[in-house]
Design a protein around this ligand. Sequence first.
Ligand SMILES: [Zn+2]
Length: 126
Amino acid sequence: MPFYEFRCEDCGRLARLFLSFAEYDTAVPSCPHCQSQNLKRRIGRVALGKSEEARMDAMMDDSALAGIDEDDPRSIGRYMRQMSSEMGEDLGDEFNEVVGRLESGESPESIESSMPDLGAGGDDMM
Ligand SMILES: [Zn+2]
């Protein structure tokens, strides 16, 4: 649940309130110190757990892709490594080997030809 920070206009103290998004629309928060309802929301202090979906979005973000030079294996390797760490998953030895070889500058074609099983049973990464 996200929390919102407010500053009480009357007593000047900070109030941290846990509200769901639905509650936030209708809630009339009051100061836990002096019960005043004269609270001012402090912008930009909402704590949110990033959902899985939001993380995927961030990953597929244009700016992430824009950093890739398809002719530069190192750049592709960096992107793949970033993608796997975003997912927080170990994608297996094969994936790690490919990323490692990309990062050392080996071309995707050369890696592919030396690993005939690559991509079998899965979508092409790039
Ligand atoms: Zn107060």
